[in-house]
Design a protein around this ligand. Structure first.
Ligand code: HEC
Ligand code: HEC
Length: 157
């Protein structure tokens, strides 16, 4: 291969890596019932952060929702189930694999990004302001708007 061709390929590779890094944004469609029912205990996770099949599991299992219980009438339950699955338009970094426990925080992509580092020490996760990895907005202030860029992360001290 000619050196100039190789050079162009390297430049293109770097460019796309930069772009994908800058585009950690997920769309946030709104549905009143979703805001009402699913932002009581945590913020309403953008549907694009989990594949449709994981949302189906979550809405099927609401009476046993992680450590708690979410009781909805069957109309609301099916409204949310359909809406979440229809709107689960995942950015490429989320992929289509169902993570263990249907948790965003147990997906390979999530664990890879948040693995222990100088910034993300064990102490950070124990900070009472963070409380749980599921509390995205503790560090990504604009999480409810679908914005998760590394540039705007603020780790609470
Ligand atoms: C009664 C409180 C409550 C309500 C209401 C509630 N949740 Fe949850 N949810 C929880 C708890 C507790 C967790 C576990 C959080 C943790 O581990 O810190 C959780 C976790 C989740 C997670 C996984 C987050 C992760 O760790 O990746 C998803 C997704 C989720 N909820 C979706 C929903 C949806 C959809 C609804 C509305 C139908 C809903 N929740 C309503 C309490 C609730
Ligand atoms: C304790 C703080 C903290 C919490 C809580 C947290 N994150 Fe992060 N997140 C970070 C840090 C720090 C980075 C930047 C890592 C780096 O610099 O490579 C990051 C990076 C990301 C990125 C990649 C951003 C980019 O520009 O490449 C995504 C996407 C993301 N987080 C999603 C989430 C989601 C979704 C949740 C909740 C389910 C969450 N995070 C919870 C600290 C956190």
């Amino acid at each position: 291969m000619k050196t100039s061709v190789k050079f162009i390929m390297v430049v293109l590779g770097l460019l796309s890596a930069t772009l994908s890094h800058a585009q950690r944004v997920v769309s946030v469609p709104t549905l009143t019932a979703y805001q009402q029912e699913c932002s009581v205990c945590h913020f309403a996770y953008p549907p694009g952060l989990l594949p449709a099949a994981a949302w189906k599991n979550i809405t099927d299992e609401l009476p046993k929702h992680f450590a708690t219980q979410v009781l909805l009438n069957s109309d609301t339950q099916s409204l949310l189930a359909n809406w979440l699955q229809t709107n689960a338009i995942n950015p490429d970094w989320v992929g289509t694999q169902i993570p263990p426990d249907n948790r965003i925080t147990r997906a390979d992509w999530w664990l890879q990004i948040h693995k222990p580092s100088k910034k993300l020490t064990a102490k950070v996760w124990k900070n009472p302001y963070v409380k749980s990895a599921s509390n995205c907005a503790a560090c990504h202030r604009a999480a409810p708007n679908g914005e998760y860029s590394a540039k705007t992360v603020l780790i609470p001290s």
